[in-house]
Design a protein around this ligand. Structure first.
Ligand SMILES: *[C@@H]1O[C@H](CO)[C@@H](O)[C@H](O)[C@H]1NC(C)=O
Ligand SMILES: *[C@@H]1O[C@H](CO)[C@@H](O)[C@H](O)[C@H]1NC(C)=O
Length: 425
């Protein structure tokens, strides 16, 4: 028993060691590019996936794994690990890429006069979509970059190369995917940080929907020029570029792009806003439906004002407890032959639809329960509405007439007999 507890403790300690804050390295995929000129003179970019390692440490540290490409991230004011706190290393997806400045060379604070900067991006994503962080890695080099179209002639990186880099800029969102109900207020999270003070930072927000891109907000720190609204300027000065949507509509659905430009670096994060509005479900009959034997009733289950399109409506029937029943109720059966109305497009761009059938009343089905079940992507569990059918025997006039006639005849006989008895006295 104590051995078992010991094993457990050991596991917990191991897990703790793997916590991101303390980790010294992370496996990472380096998506390299090979650009070739094809026969027509166009450039083709081929992506090559290579193994690499992020190693956190100091300038001059030996690579922990000398058999792979190592991106050594040395201390700067920005520590990438601070942006991925509270998660295990196993939950992170890491990707490194080359970053083209398209020939723009800007002296970056901390850069030596005879050095040139080569840039890489490192993107860390949570495997369940909790956040996305992109860091820009500056790799000083003695070699002059190959001019404006640097992406056409990337300097080769060997399979065991060590590149010493420092994080120059970070951009992060805590919620890359947001689900929102109609009429709610949503704050789309975006934060950034630059490794030096006083940088000329331009922050912009765009919305992209069906290929159409609209600018929502723009601010440049040097000029203090503001376009649009939605971002708190005080928070922005501290690196919080979150955008507030005061009232979500169906039209708010789409991708929101937060971008940060510090020449020559352009970083952006996408936030996908999904509008999801659950249907309102109702029946056209009450909880108990009383019908005469042989009559017919149209029963409608209506799902209204939902978004996006596509609900699943199923009608079930369930027989009441019968005497010989073992335990519980019999399983509900799916009703066949259900008809669907066409989708109605409401003014607020939500949808409505109804599923109906014609119920033929028969005493055999009295006490039967009918259940309408509506499923939609916004619902964890289907919404269910139900009613119980009660069927009454028809009221027969013939039977009533015959009984009345017999009673009348008997009364007449009685009266005649009473008269006869009286006269006989
Ligand atoms: C700041 O950056 C913006 C966007 O790149 C640029 O248009 C502007 O001229 C810059 N301002 C200064 C003072 O450098
Ligand atoms: C059916 O059976 C359950 C439990 O066995 C009971 O609670 C319920 O009242 C019964 N319903 C009817 C309509 O008899």
């Amino acid at each position: 028993m104590s051995r078992l507890m010991g094993n457990f403790a050991y596991f917990f300690i191991l897990a703790g060691v793997h916590c991101v804050q303390q980790i010294q390295w992370l496996p990472c995929q380096f998506t390299d590019e090979q650009v070739t000129k094809n026969e027509e003179g166009h450039f083709d970019t081929q992506l090559i996936h290579r193994q690499a390692m992020l190693q956190f440490g100091q300038k001059g540290d030996a690579p922990l794994n000398p058999h792979t490409i190592t991106f050594l991230i040395t201390g700067s004011k920005l520590d990438l690990r601070r942006y991925v706190e509270q998660v295990e290393a196993e939950q992170l997806e890491c990707e490194l890429r080359r970053y083209s400045t398209e020939g723009i060379h800007v002296h970056w604070p901390g850069q030596e006069a005879k050095e040139y900067n080569r840039w890489f991006t490192c993107t860390l994503k949570h495997n369940q979509g909790l956040f996305t962080v992109t860091g820009f890695l500056r790799h000083p080099s003695d070699h002059a970059p190959p001019g404006q179209q640097d992406f056409r002639r990337w300097p080769a990186i060997s399979d065991t190369e060590k590149l010493t880099t420092a994080v120059a800029m970070v951009i992060k969102t805590q919620r890359p995917s947001v689900k929102a109900r109609l009429g709610s207020q949503q704050k789309l999270h975006c934060q950034f940080s630059v490794d030096h003070r006083g940088a000329n930072v331009t922050v912009e927000w765009h919305r992209q929907h069906h290929g159409e891109r609209t600018k929502l907000f723009s601010h440049t720190s040097r000029t203090k020029l503001v376009q649009g609204s939605g971002v708190e300027l005080k928070a922005l000065a501290g690196g919080d570029a979150s955008y507030t949507l005061p009232f979500t509509k169906v039209k708010s659905d789409g991708a929101y792009i937060c971008s940060v430009l510090v020449n020559p670096l352009f970083g952006s994060v996408d936030i996908n806003l999904h509008i999801e509005e659950p249907p309102r479900v109702s029946l056209n009959v009450g909880p108990t439906l009383v019908l005469q034997e042989g009559s017919e009733q149209k029963v409608i289950c209506e799902a209204e004002n939902y978004y996006p399109l596509d609900v699943d409506i199923v009608w079930y029937e369930q027989d009441p407890n019968t005497s010989g029943q073992r335990v519980g109720l019999p399983l509900p059966k799916v009703l066949p032959n259900i008809l669907l109305s066409s989708h109605k497009h409401n003014q607020d761009m939500t949808y409505s639809v109804s599923a109906f059938f014609y119920l033929q009343a028969s005493t055999r089905h009295s006490e039967r329960e009918y259940i309408c079940s509506v499923s939609h992507q916004s619902l964890r569990m289907p919404i269910k509405k139900r009613f119980i059918l009660k069927v009454e025997e028809p009221f027969s006039w013939m039977f009533f007439l015959i009984v009345s006639f017999i009673i009348l005849v008997l009364l007449a006989v009685l009266v005649v007999m009473l008269c006869y008895l009286n006269s006989g006295e």
